[in-house]
Design a protein around this ligand. Structure first.
Ligand code: PLP
Length: 385
């Protein structure tokens, strides 16, 4: 019954940045070039490569994924008196971007298997908001943990209500679904290069679109809405949201390694899947049809009645061995900051939150660290059999 002894190594984290020599090289090059500001050749090249990778005509590099969502929603007319539909199963950035515009976030529950925005409940929410005369500025499906939403289905529903789709692909760069790359859906899509994402610029994001005028507007809004004049002239309020050329250099280096990093995350998922294969009441979240997923985070779903233990038990065992694991996103309708917010909910996100646990999934984990995690989990499973 004794837990595995804690070995002398740093804590193993869920998803650490994976940067090395190539990143140092390109960042040094950016600094040597003198382009230190939030514009320059590395920003241009980074935008172009990301646009190509995601099958988009235009990409605008921004200071965060949240900034990309914020500007996308502003551009679509989100403002006080209007609503924006957001999945309740997401990271809070999706909902915060709505609040920044003054619009009302309306939370919609998810498919119980994938955690992705439920088409039936989305339809219910759109019908209810239309019936009361509330304008819905946008619907923001989230590509949860790197699994793309089923855009053909969601687009069809939104089109019937005349509501545009903004794809929150912050977690899904490099994924694809039915042949469509993450970031290629919606009138606009947002990517994140935060430190814990599949690739990082330390902090950063990207807005994707196929419309040249939209890209131009986003660029303008992200640089303090400066009018083309020799002096500083502003006719509306803008933001300081552009990405630094130095950070774009980091992004270019990471993008060269994206497929390799996805491969490492996938290998981890395969290890976890093999480990829990045949364990009653335990399965890998989003495992079905995951061939195109970037495997940003791998999570287990545990039915405590069948397994005889809960995700909290496993989290405790991992924590003793200095290994980080974390529940899935705590749904937005459960967040104290959104008390009283409206939602169309059926308990699916609540169940995923109660039964899901995300595991160390980072591409920078060493072979020894991976062995440690698998041994610790293996010992736990053995003990609880
Ligand atoms: C990380 C994340 C964001 C925000 O990206 P930042 O770059 O951290 O601002 C938005 N939505 C989802 C679903 C995310 O996971």
């Amino acid at each position: 019954m004794t837990a595995a002894p804690v070995r002398r190594r740093g804590r193993i984290l869920l998803s650490s940045p994976d940067v090395g020599g190539r990143e140092q090289e390109l960042v040094a090059e950016a600094i040597a070039s003198g382009w230190i500001a939030p514009l320059g050749p590395m920003v241009d090249a980074f935008e172009q490569r990301i646009a190509e990778r995601c099958g988009r005509a235009h990409a605008v590099a921004l200071s965060s994924g949240t900034a990309a969502l914020h500007l996308a929603l502003l551009e679509l007319g989100a403002r006080p008196g209007r609503a924006v539909i957001v999945p309740t199963m997401t990271f809070i950035a999706t909902a915060n971007a709505v609040v920044y515009t003054g619009a009302e976030p309306v939370f919609v529950d998810c498919d119980p298997e994938t955690g992705i925005l439920s088409p039936a409940l989305l339809e219910e929410a759109l019908a209810a908001l239309q019936a009361e005369g509330t304008t819905v500025a946008a619907v923001v499906p989230v590509d949860l943990l790197g699994r793309c939403a089923d855009y053909p289905v969601l687009d069809g529903i939104c089109a019937r209500y005349g509501v545009p789709v903004v794809s929150d692909a912050a977690e899904a760069l490099g994924s694809s679904w039915r042949g469509r790359p993450a970031g290629s859906s919606g009138v606009m899509a947002a990517l994140s290069f935060n430190g814990n994402k599949i690739m990082t610029t330390s902090g950063g994001g990207m807005l994707l679109t196929d419309d040249a005028a939209t890209a131009q507007r986003i660029r303008y809004l992200s640089t303090q809405a400066r009018q083309p004049a020799v002096h500083y002239e502003h006719t509306e309020v803008g933001y300081n949201y552009r990405l630094s050329n130095v950070l774009a250099a980091l992004g270019l280096a990471q993008l060269e390694r994206l497929d390799e990093m996805i491969g490492r995350r996938r290998a981890l998922r395969e290890h976890y899947a093999a480990l829990v294969d045949g364990v009653p009441g335990v399965r890998v979240f989003q495992r079905e049809g995951d061939a195109g997923d970037n495997c940003w985070l791998t999570a287990l779903l545990v039915d405590p009645a069948e397994a005889g233990w809960s995700v909290d038990d496993l989290r405790g065992a991992l924590d003793l061995a200095d290994i980080e694991s974390r529940p899935l996103w705590n749904p937005m309708h459960r967040q104290p900051v959104f008390t009283g917010a409206r939602g169309h909910l059926d308990g699916s996100a609540d169940r995923l939150f109660a039964t899901g646990l995300t595991l160390p999934s980072g591409s920078s984990l060493s072979a020894d660290q991976v062995d440690d995690v698998l041994e610790t989990m293996g010992a736990f499973l053995e003990q609880r059999r």
